[in-house]
Design a protein. Structure first.
Length: 274
C-alpha cells in the first residue's frame, strides 16, 4: 500500500514501478499520484461522498441486520452455508451474515460464498482539531496486525476524513494462506472490542490512543462485500407499497363521493345537446 499525496479521495492504493496508483472514488478510474488528478474525477469523487465526508460504499455492500443467532458450524469452525431458525432458513457468507431472503426449509444453498472485502467505518466523538493521519494509520495497522494477528497485506487501506475512519480488509480465498486468520474473524473481534464487549480473556477492550490522546468512538458500522452479489429481493417493501396504494385509492374514492354529493345538493343540471 502507498499514500496518494495529491488526492485523498481515492481507495485501493498500490505501488507499481515506483509510482503510487489508486482508484478514484466514484468512478474507479486509476489515477497516478505523482501528478494532479483531473478536475472531472475530483468533482465526481466529491459528489459521491456525503457532506460529512463518508466514503461511498460498493453497490453490493450490505450490513448485518439480523444480529446474533444460533449458527450451525462445520467441524473446522466455518459457518454452514445454510442456516435455519425453526422452519425459516437463509444462506450466509463466510462472515455468517445473511445474504438471501428468508425461506422455508426447502431452501438450497449450494456453497458458502466468500466475503472478500470488509469495510469497517467508525465515527469519533466531536473534537476541534482533526487527528494526525499518519499516527492514526499507524495505530490501526499495528493494532490489527498484532492484537488480531492479521497479515498486514490484507489491510487494503486506512482512510480518515474527520470524523470518519474507514478500514478496508480484503482477502480472496486464493490469497489466504494456511494459518492466516480470516478477515471476518478479525472484524468480529474488532467490533466487539470497540463496543466494550471484548472476547479476549482479560476482557480489556480496545483503547484507541492517537499521539497519546484517547479517542472515543461513537459509532461503528461493518459492511460486507461478497465474491458473488447478495440475493435480496424487494419483498420486504411490498407491505409498505400496498399501504400507500390503499391510502391513495381511499383518497380518490372520498374525493369522488364528495364531488357527487356536492353537485346533488346544488340541484343544478346542465342540459347538453347531442
Amino acid at each position: 500500500a502507498c499514500i496518494c499525496e495529491k488526492n485523498k479521495r481515492v481507495s485501493n492504493c498500490r505501488e507499481d514501478n515506483g509510482r503510487c496508483l489508486c482508484d478514484a472514488i466514484g468512478s474507479g478510474v486509476t489515477v497516478d499520484c505523482t501528478t494532479l488528478t483531473s478536475k472531472c474525477l475530483l468533482m465526481k469523487a466529491e459528489m459521491m461522498g456525503s457532506k460529512s465526508g463518508r466514503r461511498e460504499k460498493p453497490k453490493d455492500a450490505f450490513q448485518d441486520t439480523d444480529g446474533l443467532y444460533d449458527p450451525e458450524c462445520e467441524n473446522n469452525g466455518a459457518f454452514k452455508a445454510k442456516q435455519c431458525n425453526g422452519t425459516t432458513c437463509w444462506c450466509v457468507n463466510t462472515a455468517g451474515v445473511r445474504r438471501t431472503d428468508k425461506h422455508d426449509a426447502d431452501l438450497k444453498c449450494n456453497k458458502l460464498v466468500r466475503t472478500t472485502w470488509i469495510i469497517i467505518e467508525m465515527k469519533h466523538a466531536e473534537r476541534n482539531a482533526p487527528l494526525n493521519v499518519e499516527s492514526l494509520k499507524k495505530f490501526f495497522m499495528d493494532t490489527i496486525t498484532s492484537r488480531y494477528q492479521l497479515n498486514g497485506r490484507y489491510i487494503s487501506s486506512v482512510l480518515y476524513e474527520k470524523p470518519y475512519i474507514t478500514i478496508d480488509l480484503k482477502q480472496n480465498s486464493s490469497e489466504k494462506l494456511f494459518g492466516d486468520v480470516d478477515i471476518a474473524d478479525v472484524a468480529y473481534y474488532f467490533e466487539k472490542d470497540v463496543k466494550g464487549q471484548s472476547i479476549f480473556h482479560n476482557n480489556a477492550g480496545l483503547n484507541v490512543s492517537i499521539d497519546n490522546e484517547e479517542v472515543k468512538l461513537e459509532k461503528t458500522v461493518v459492511y460486507y462485500v461478497d465474491e458473488i452479489a447478495p440475493e435480496f429481493s424487494m419483498k420486504s417493501l411490498t407491505p409498505g407499497l400496498i399501504a400507500v396504494i390503499v391510502v391513495v385509492v381511499i383518497a380518490i374514492v372520498a374525493a369522488i363521493v364528495v364531488l357527487v354529493l356536492t353537485r346533488r345538493r346544488k340541484g343544478k343540471y346542465v342540459k347538453a345537446e347531442v
